[in-house]
Design a protein around this ligand. Structure first.
Ligand code: AFP
Length: 327
């Protein structure tokens, strides 16, 4: 008997108003994911979706909408049907008001990995759900800047050979796969468990000369293999799309590393704290993995700005601890 996402969420929510609000938001995001998956599946034909903005070019002056902006529009339209007050998005400088009355705020990267779309590599939508009240957060930015440990739920969709939703509601991490015949997301894994140990790391090696010393030392030791200090050979995988690397780690273990480096603008790495690192860290910990900025637990870090970047290491918890020992 297959369990649908809707049934799973109904069972999770019961009669708890906040859980019911979270369940509604996750359902709407999943619906947006199905629409975005169809857009991405258009591949090179998707150009006809990138419509000209007309005479008001957007803030960046772009005359054309990219798929990530269209994805954001899909998410906005769906979340207006959920008890979500504001949306924080990688594609928008400031929070987007959605509903006058809402007990949640959502932070989202509408289409992570979008620079890979024309190479037909899996991309995804990453989301983070936080509690909200106007009384507690007169400025909605402050609601989005809560520590990652305040998240009520988080997840990401991957638009790949299969369309998959990886979700945590705070009680473990589940995987749902889209059954295109019925249009339902079906529970595929009830409890993701990331192996504590691994022989596989993910990093963009071409940046090695820019890394800080601890990072360089860690990778050098991995490259030394079984004759080196780690006494085992490592494999490397780097997709260039975090959701794809993350799903591999959830499936067979591994670590993802994007720490700060000496390149201008990369001092704090490349990933954004609020709508990339925090949701992935929550999902990872709920799957018995770990996530740090190299040494500090991601979920304990107090965000300062909506779009701030953060160095990110996540995956197999013993390997994440090993990396922290180099720092
Ligand atoms: P885009 O969303 O701009 O494609 O960036 C994707 C990403 O943030 C993350 O998904 C990848 O792991 C990482 O960048 C890849 O970065 P490099 O291209 O520097 O390896």
């Amino acid at each position: 008997m297959s369990v649908t996402l809707q049934a799973f969420l109904r069972d999770f929510a019961g009669s708890d108003p906040q859980k019911q609000a979270v369940a509604a938001a996750v359902e709407r995001i999943a619906e947006a994911g199905i629409a975005i998956a169809d857009l991405v599946a258009q591949g090179p034909l998707a150009d006809h979706f990138a419509k000209i903005m007309g005479d008001e070019a957007n803030a960046g002056g772009d005359a054309q909408k990219e798929l990530d902006v269209i994805s954001e529009e899909v998410i906005i339209a769906k979340l207006k049907q959920a008890p979500v007050a504001f949306l924080g998005s990688e594609e928008s400088e400031t929070p987007i008001p959605l509903n006058d009355v809402g007990s949640l705020v959502v932070a989202v990267d509408p289409l992570d990995g979008s620079s890979n779309i024309d190479t037909n590599v899996s991309v995804g939508t990453i989301y983070s759900i936080l509690p909200y009240s106007a009384a507690q957060f007169p400025d909605p930015v402050d609601a989005l800047k809560q520590k990652g440990s305040a998240q009520l739920a988080a997840g990401f969709l991957i638009y790949g050979p299969s369309t998959v939703l990886v979700s945590t509601l705070g009680a473990g991490t589940q995987v749902f796969a889209l059954d295109r015949a019925s249009g339902d997301f079906i529970l595929a894994k009830a409890a993701v468990e990331i192996p504590a140990q691994t022989k596989e790391y993910g990093v963009n090696q071409s940046n090695m000369r820019h890394w800080d010393t601890p990072m360089r030392a860690y990778i050098d030791d991995c490259l030394a293999g079984k004759d080196g200090p780690r006494a085992k050979d490592f494999n490397m995988r780097w997709v260039g799309s975090m959701v794809a690397d993350a799903f591999r780690i959830f499936t067979r273990g591994g670590v993802y590393l994007y720490t700060g480096d000496k390149r201008k603008g990369y001092e704090q790495g490349r990933l954004r704290l609020i709508y990339e690192a925090n949701p992935v860290a929550f999902i990872t910990e709920q799957a018995n993995g770990a996530a740090t900025d190299g040494k500090t637990r991601i979920l304990d870090i107090q965000p300062e700005k909506l779009h701030q970047r953060i160095p990110l290491v996540f995956g197999s918890k013993d390997e994440v601890a090993k990396i922290a020992s180099y720092y």
